[in-house]
Design a protein around this ligand. Structure first.
Ligand SMILES: [Zn+2]
Length: 344
């Protein structure tokens, strides 16, 4: 299996003439795809230019995917949430303290309707190649991520809506401990909103390719995490997703970790007939020697990943999360993409 797709994410959603120059630079860096990182503010405020920028990207030969970036602080990402700003309720609730958290509860009707409206608007009006579900997760996802076991830390969500649905399903009050039933309930609710949104999108735009990108977690016998999407089989087997993707890994981790995550990603994707996608860190941290980026790109290619993406365009240049040598990192990534695309 050869690498077919190489791309980066992109924040610049303001002016189409600027985006065109940036897309040209992406093409010169051997990208054939781009993921538009759309914050709630972008979707609300810059909508006409999201339509125009998507059109321009496709006309220039790029595949263009829409990332519902940071929406509700349920998806990963730095942008603030308009939903949380406008809506004082419908927040996830800490199981231990009962406090409301700065994350939307995606089980509530209010948030689900809001999110489906966003997806339908994008599907109807933006002529993109697909959608990218970017690191969806519950708040407080790292409970119980301990090799020593024992009582875990806090988890979410135990809001009144989640409690009521749990009670209806199991016939008793939702526990404050993360029991087997609570884990299953959380996973099912987490998957349901993405599956429902994906189906709505495909009804409007049947060719839309849906990528589900989950965190690159260990999921070993001893250590797991509780974002709601950490059982990769449950996610990848869903018939509405076309691409199974796992997130970036810090370049400070050993090669063995990159290899294991990629092997597991490719294997799970193959098992359920999905395209496999792996991510590279193209911002914030970089390897001591930039050439290591090429080794990682080749490793992913050799292990059979079909789609490669890096976060983000120009190594995050100009943001607080820029890589130390952002523009050099971007150039090295572009060279690496060229090498694996030629090899196919
Ligand atoms: Zn809830």
């Amino acid at each position: 299996m050869a690498v077919k797709e190489t791309g980066v994410s992109y924040y610049g959603l303001s002016y189409v003439e600027h985006a065109k120059r940036d897309f040209q630079e992406m093409l010169e860096h051997n990208c054939n795809a781009v993921i538009l990182a759309l914050s709630e503010f972008d979707i609300d405020f810059w909508f006409p230019n999201i339509v125009a920028i998507t059109k321009a990207g496709r006309e220039m030969g790029l595949k263009v995917y829409l990332d519902t970036w940071g929406i509700g602080k349920w998806f990963g990402g730095e942008p603030p949430s308009k939903f949380l700003n406008d809506n004082p309720e419908n927040r996830q609730v800490s199981a231990f303290s009962g406090n409301k958290l700065p994350h939307a509860c995606f089980v509530t009707r209010a948030f689900r309707e809001y999110f489906f409206d966003v997806c339908e608007k994008l599907a109807y009006e933006v002529d993109a190649d697909g959608f990218f579900w970017d690191e969806p997760h519950y708040a407080l996802p790292k409970s119980y991520a301990s090799i020593t076991g024992g009582a875990g830390d806090d988890w979410a969500c135990r809001c009144s809506v989640c409690q009521q649905l749990f009670q209806e399903r199991y016939g008793y009050e939702m526990p404050k401990l993360l029991t087997r039933e609570v884990i299953t309930f959380r996973q099912e609710r987490a998957l349901d909103i993405l599956e429902t949104a994906s189906r709505k999108i495909k009804q409007i735009r049947p060719d839309s390719k849906i990528t589900c990108c989950v965190h690159a977690t260990l999921n070993s016998y001893y250590v797991t995490e509780y974002r709601g999407y950490d059982n990769w089989d449950k996610v990848a087997r869903s018939d509405v997703f076309d691409v199974f993707s796992t997130t970036i890994v810090s370049p400070r981790l050993p090669e063995r970790f990159f290899r294991e995550i990629t092997e597991r990603t490719v294997n799970v994707a193959k098992k359920y007939g999905k395209t496999s996608q792996r991510w590279l860190m193209g911002y914030y941290q970089e390897p001591d020697k930039l050439e290591e980026v090429k080794k990682t790109v080749h490793l992913y290619a050799d292990l059979g990943a079909e789609s490669l993406f890096a976060w983000t365009y120009r190594g995050g240049y100009g943001t607080v999360l820029a890589a130390p040598s952002a523009l050099k990192l971007w150039d090295t990534l572009g060279e690496a993409y060229g090498e694996v695309l030629k090899a196919k």
